[in-house]
Design a protein around this ligand. Structure first.
Ligand code: F6P
Length: 369
């Protein structure tokens, strides 16, 4: 039997669903029956800290132990129950224009005799995977991001767990908001995509949902709130995506500068909006930023299952020697798309079919009637 070595890594922001995917990459690659059938004998190596693990595999001052280690079935047996990533992650960009270390990555892939690389990540991590593929690396991708903004797939790991967090936290806020007759502005993550705010807001029955895809008018927000107030609402919940902005303004950032992939650190729109609303409506308004709570905690059942299917499908792609692809979920089926397609453009909310631009909320017709 041919012997093959598979490296698996997680890159970018962590989220629930990564550990289930790693578990199923390992279990499927090491499955005796499949190995006999496929006539390949696999060894799987966990690469720690995303692409950093292939830049400094022997570790560094911050992390002195080796970053490439064998993974066994026994080691990953319980991983599908846990949030985060047991391999660690980083936002390291080997192709950072200011410090291009992609050659080091290529050398280390050779040095550690990695025949295949499974990269689990969002647009940044899979963007790197795509560039490596073009340089000859046999790579496959698994989509993850709570933002659910990758193209070519209807699902990215972490999204459902994050929506569950938003829903649970808003359920909690409702009782305190109602007791005090307050408005609560809840800021979600999502960068340039409004999916988390929209579907989190829909799941929790938010009164107003503001998304980056549609610039809102503050006067309209206040008008809607006063309308609710006149109808006797004791409190209201507004969900605002961190990347949302009002007409004529730009996104609010919590820190100046950009990371090695060119992203700004967004945050602060919730607080800004709450102040604005309370000044105009005179209704006491508070804000809360859910921030990394959305990425934390155990994966929900859906993320465990999708992590499993994506992990299995990634090894299927390797067995079929179908590289440069990302496993994907489309129209109810697990399939695969070229990495190029997945990262070509962001998948954002279509305001014409998925958003009500008058009520600043989810759509109110679904079948187009
Ligand atoms: O891309 C995932 C995400 O959670 C975004 O929604 C958010 O803007 C960003 O990562 C936050 O990144 P960090 O964890 O580096 O603060």
């Amino acid at each position: 039997m041919e012997k093959k070595r598979i490296g698996v890594l997680t890159g970018g922001g962590d989220c629930a669903g990564l550990n289930p995917a790693i578990k199923w990459v390992v279990k499927t690659a090491l499955d005796d029956r499949l190995q006999r059938m496929r006539r390949i004998q696999c060894e799987v190596f966990g690469i720690r800290d995303g692409w950093k693990g292939l830049i400094q595999p022997e570790g560094d001052e911050g992390s002195p132990t080796p970053r490439i280690n064998t993974l066994t079935e026994e080691m990953v047996r319980t991983w599908d129950r846990y949030g985060g990533t047991n391999l660690g992650t980083s936002r390291t960009n080997p192709y950072d224009p200011k410090n291009n270390r992609s050659k080091i990555v290529l050398q280390n892939i050779e040095r550690y005799h990695l025949d295949y690389v499974v990269a689990i990540g969002g647009e940044d991590t899979l963007g790197v995977a795509h560039k490596l593929f073009r340089e000859g690396v046999k790579v496959v991708g698994i989509p993850k991001t709570i933002d659910r903004d990758l193209s070519g797939t209807d699902y990215t790991l972490g999204f459902e767990t994050a929506v569950n967090v938003i829903t649970e936290e808003i359920d909690r806020l409702r009782t305190t908001a109602g007791s005090h007759r307050r408005i609560f502005v809840v800021e979600t993550m999502g960068r340039h995509a409004g999916w988390l705010a929209l579907e989190g807001g829909e799941s929790s029955g938010a009164y107003i949902i503001l998304i980056p895809e549609y610039d809102f008018e503050i006067e309209r927000v206040n008008e809607l709130l006063m309308e609710g107030n006149r109808k006797g609402a004791r409190y209201e919940i507004i969900v605002v995506a961190e990347g949302a902005k009002s007409v004529g303004y730009s996104e609010i950032v919590k820190e100046e500068g950009i990371d090695s992939f060119g992203h700004k650190a967004l945050g602060g729109i919730g607080e800004f909006l709450a102040k604005w609303i309370s000044q105009v409506t005179k209704i006491e308004t508070r804000s809360i930023t859910l921030s990394h709570l959305q990425r934390g905690g155990a994966p929900c059942a859906y993320d465990r299952r999708m992590g499993r299917y994506f992990g299995i499908a990634a090894i299927d792609l390797i067995a079929k020697e179908d590289f440069g692809k990302m496993v994907s979920y489309r129209n109810g089926k697990i399939t695969a798309v070229p990495l190029e397609e997945a990262i070509a453009k962001l998948n954002v909310v279509d305001i014409h079919t998925q958003y009500d631009t008058e009520r600043y909320n989810g759509r109110r017709t679904i079948l187009g009637a």
